[in-house]
Design a protein around this ligand. Sequence first.
Ligand code: NAD
Length: 317
Amino acid sequence: MSEAMKIAILGAGAMGSLFGGLLAEAGHDVTLVDIDDAHLDAIRRDGLSLVTDAGERVVRNLRACRPEQAAHAPELLIVFTKTMHTEAALAASRALLGAQTAVLSLQNGLGNVERLERSVPRARIMVGMTTWPADKPGPGRVDSHGAGAIRMMSAAGDTSADSAASASLARIVNALNAAGLQCTADPDVWSAIWEKVAFNAALNSLCAVTQCTVGELSNVPDGETLALKIVAEVAGVARAHGVAVDESHIGETVLHALAHHRAHRPSMLQDVLAGRKTEIESINGAVVAAARAVPIAAPCTETLLHLVRLVEARNSH
Ligand code: NAD
């Protein structure tokens, strides 16, 4: 095992609980910080029930508290709120941000570094992308099936010339690997982030507006056509910002999802069905803002942005 680290997870829903549970199982000192009292109470009372391909077990060596109760700064803070809650969560838990605390975001979408940077110097921010999936079926339980990985990097860029920063990155990568999370330090992390944004901008927003499952998007050819148009637009915006993305690979991933993840309801659709706000602003919204900054057009991505905003507005009235 890598040397034990003091770790806090801010936003301990599906992903935060999965990561926190696996890191605690690997022997780290983990605190889950969330505002969901039913989830926190269940973990304090019964432990976290973790269901993965390795089996079902209960993780008991976890602390769980609300943001305002968090009293000690960890060595590593992993932010796993939905993107629209990052700033409020950080504002309510200032004690988690010590002078040496590294802060990692593996949240989806764009703008995560900028949101963290309002509270933490860029030199201590790490950013990345994860393909691990997770669901939270109820309080105190998290499910994750299938394989995943993490690619991450210092938000300040290549840290090899700064030995303290590169040692901190290596230590965090080792801790995530020791927990079985398949982590690589990757200088091309922005390509991975934008490629996932392209995938999500297409499938999340189309499912949120149509209330189709992923597979139902291929019931008529229009669904596939629209999804691939959005992928092409987002890839074009990424390239215009100097980020190399593999558009045909993203397209293949989208087609694979349409064919093989037919019953899947993306998180944006789940949020719409539950009447919650979605991550549309940090996905399609951020892409449209980046397109305007060039400027280039991203008409399908922008139309889906407006439609999801309309759905959210209807839900909030
Ligand atoms: P989730 O809704 O299950 O968890 C978010 C948690 O944040 C909730 O428990 C919520 O109570 C908590 N929260 C909200 N406001 C808070 C606040 N002010 N202070 C503290 N906690 C607060 O979401 P998730 O599915 O775990 O996703 C988290 C992030 O990871 C998102 O950006 C998502 O896009 C990304 N992601 C999700 C998956 C997945 O399979 N679920 C995979 C990869 C990336």
